[in-house]
Design a protein around this ligand. Structure first.
Ligand code: NDP
Length: 234
C-alpha cells in the first residue's frame, strides 16, 4: 500500500516530474492544478493555493480518496521578475502570496493530519536563488529564502511527532518558467554551472522522492541543493 502523496502544481514542469516519481514508486499521488486539465494517471484536484477555502476543499477531497496526506510537496510557484525600482507592490505581493504564504497554507493543513498519524514528510521546493540572490528577482528570492526559515521552524515544532520538514533547492531547470528567460541570461547562467548544463526535472524529482523516503528518516531542517554546483558553499 503506497502513501498518500500530494504535489502542489503537479500538472506540469518540476511538479509533474515529482508526481510521476512517487507514482512509479507505488504511492497514491494527488496533484493540484490551477488551470487547464489535470494530468492523466493522478488524482487531479483543482486548487489555487492563494485561496484558503480551495486549499481546505482540496485536502478534504484527497483525504476521502487516499487518506490523510503523509507526504506533502509544496512545489507550486511563480515568478514576476523585474528590477527593484520597477517592482510594484503587486509584483511583490503576488509572488510572496503564492510561493511563501501558499506553501505555509498547504503545510499547515497537511500537518494537521500528519500530527494525528504521528508521521509525515514535508518538502518545500525553494531555489538556489533564495541563497545567492538574483538581479530582477527580489520578490522571488525573498519568497524562496523565507521557505528555509519556515521549514526549519516546522522541523523543530513537528520533529518529535515523526514528521520531517526539508527543503530542496533546484538550480536552473528547463521548464516553462525558465523558457521565458532571454537567451543571453540563459547563457550567463550556463557559464556559472560547474556541471556545464541545465538540470532535468527528473533530477529534482529523484532528490525529492529520496528526502521523503524511509531512508532519509533522520534528516530534517536540511536544504538539499540540486543545482549542478552553482550554489556551492551557500
Ligand atoms: P512552472 O511554471 O513550469 O510550473 C509552476 C506550477 O505551479 C504550475 O503547475 C502552476 O499551475 C503552479 N502554480 C502557480 N501558481 C499557483 C497557484 N496560485 N495555485 C496553484 N498552483 C499554482 O514551474 P517549474 O516547474 O519550473 O517550477 C516548480 C517549482 O520549482 C516552483 O516553485 C519554482 O519556483 C521552483 N524552481 C524552479 C526552477 C527552474 O529552473 N525551473 C529553479 C528553482 C526552483 P498552472 O499550470 O495552473 O499555472
Amino acid at each position: 500500500m503506497g502513501r498518500s502523496v500530494l504535489v502542489t502544481g503537479g500538472n506540469r514542469g518540476i511538479g509533474l516530474a515529482i508526481a510521476t516519481a512517487f507514482a512509479e514508486a507505488g504511492d497514491k499521488v494527488a496533484v493540484t492544478y490551477r488551470s487547464g486539465e489535470p494530468p492523466a494517471g493522478f488524482l487531479g484536484v483543482k486548487c489555487d493555493i492563494t485561496v484558503p477555502e480551495q486549499v481546505d476543499a482540496a485536502f478534504t477531497e484527497i483525504e476521502a480518496a487516499h487518506g490523510p496526506v503523509e507526504v506533502l510537496i509544496a512545489n507550486a510557484g511563480i515568478t514576476r521578475d523585474t528590477l527593484l525600482l520597477r517592482m510594484s507592490e503587486d509584483d511583490w505581493q503576488s509572488v510572496i502570496d503564492t510561493n511563501l504564504t501558499g506553501s505555509f497554507r498547504v503545510a499547515k493543513r497537511a500537518a494537521k493530519g500528519m500530527l494525528r498519524l504521528k508521521r509525515g514528510r514535508i518538502v518545500f521546493i525553494s531555489s538556489v536563488v533564495g541563497m545567492l540572490g538574483s538581479p530582477g528577482q527580489v520578490n522571488y528570492a525573498a519568497s524562496k529564502a523565507g521557505l528555509i526559515g519556515m521549514a526549519r521552524s516546522m522541523a523543530r515544532e513537528l520533529g518529535s511527532r515523526g514528521i520531517t520538514t526539508n527543503v530542496v533547492a533546484p538550480g536552473f531547470v528547463e521548464t516553462d518558467m525558465t523558457a521565458v528567460l532571454p537567451e543571453e541570461t540563459q547563457k550567463q547562467y550556463l557559464g556559472q554551472i560547474p556541471l556545464g548544463r541545465f538540470g532535468l526535472t527528473t533530477e529534482i524529482a529523484n532528490a525529492v522522492r529520496w528526502i521523503a523516503s524511509e531512508e532519509a528518516g533522520y534528516i530534517t531542517g536540511a536544504v538539499i541543493p540540486v543545482d549542478g554546483g552553482i550554489g556551492m558553499g551557500n
